[in-house]
Design a binder for this molecule. Structure first.
Ligand SMILES: C[C@@]1(CC(=O)O)c2cc3[nH]c(cc4nc(cc5[nH]c(cc(n2)[C@H]1CCC(=O)O)[C@@](C)(CC(=O)O)[C@@H]5CCC(=O)O)C(CC(=O)O)=C4CCC(=O)O)c(CCC(=O)O)c3CC(=O)O
Ligand SMILES: NC(=O)C1=CN([C@@H]2O[C@H](COP(=O)(O)OP(=O)(O)OC[C@H]3O[C@@H](n4cnc5c(N)ncnc54)[C@H](O)[C@@H]3O)[C@@H](O)[C@H]2O)C=CC1
Length: 218
């Protein structure tokens, strides 16, 4: 096949249906909850963690085997049962109904696969080996977790504020781009974290960015 197309989805409040209640279904559900989706799980059994989510009202449990009608109205479907024939049938039903599907035991038979993910605030790092070796994706993400530590939670917050100021204050698009490129170097991000007052003083902030842009050009 040709290559997978990467994308970031807005799943806030969207109905996503997960079939199966094992370790794989739990991992997919966790990712969906992180994205604010409205998750329904169809499975006769659930892991301990998933039962906890049900009791907290975070997930709706349909306690039985999959039925075709479960697919109606789903924004996304995840077939993660341990029954190949059931997963394949769900893939077919999803295709007929135009619901994008993820098939845990046969990625290419579905419409999308799930990468390994690291979240640092609004920074989302993902890795995918396109199904050739998901353990490689997971390894790369654990390496990135060391390079991009929890301090990036704050960096994304600071950057959001800084970018809003630059967009409001700098009319020239070429200059805006130069300032915003200068705002994301390692030491610039560190400066924003340690000098939050800079975000309060627009004139000083722009001046500091101009210096940085100038130094960058060398
Ligand atoms: C195609 C894809 C479809 C999809 O699920 O979307 C798929 C398919 C399959 N995975 C299998 C096995 C394993 N999957 C993992 C782990 C993850 N799998 C994930 C995604 C994907 N897995 C999609 C490709 C994405 C990509 O390539 O990047 C991750 C990244 C994301 C997530 O699931 O949330 C998550 C890591 C999260 C993290 O830790 O950060 C481990 C590692 C472990 O468990 O330690 C193993 C054991 C080692 C091994 O087998 O390689 C099997 C064989 C099952 C069997 O043998 O029966 C199949 C089916 C097949 O390939 O035949
Ligand atoms: N994509 C991935 O990341 C991975 C995929 N896999 C594949 O995913 C499948 C599931 O793996 P696990 O979660 O470890 O299996 P598991 O055996 O822990 O869980 C299977 C779940 O499916 C449910 N189930 C069985 N028949 C069903 C039906 N007809 N309708 C609804 N639910 C049904 C069971 O009750 C159970 O909750 C495996 O068969 C394996 O091939 C395995 C590891 C990783």
């Amino acid at each position: 096949m040709s290559q997978w197309y990467p994308v970031m989805l807005n799943l806030e409040g969207r109905v996503c249906v997960v079939f199966g209640g094992g370790a794989v279904a739990e991992r997919k559900t966790q990712g969906l909850l992180d994205a604010g989706a409205d998750v329904r799980v169809v499975s006769p059994t659930l892991t301990r963690v998933m039962k906890q989510w049900v009791s907290e009202g975070r997930v709706r449990w349909i306690e039985r085997e999959a039925e075709d009608s479960d697919v109606f109205g789903a924004t996304l479907l995840f077939a993660a049962t341990d029954n190949r024939a059931v997963n394949r049938r769900l893939a077919e039903t999803a295709r007929e109904l135009g619901v994008p599907a993820n098939i845990a035991d046969d990625g290419e038979c579905g419409d999308f696969i799930v990468p390994a993910v690291l979240r640092r605030g609004d920074l989302v790092l993902t890795a995918s080996a396109s199904g050739t070796g998901p353990a490689l994706s997971a390894r790369i993400i654990s390496e990135l977790a060391v390079k991009y530590g929890p301090e990036y939670n704050e960096s994304t917050q600071a950057l959001k504020a800084i970018r809003a100021i630059v967009k409001a204050e700098v009319g020239n698009s070429e200059e805006r781009r130069e300032l915003l490129r200068a705002a994301v170097s390692d030491d610039a991000l560190e400066e924003w974290r340690y000098s939050p007052w800079l975000r309060q003083d627009k004139a000083q902030l722009i001046e500091r960015l101009r210096q940085r842009a100038h130094d960058r050009k060398g």
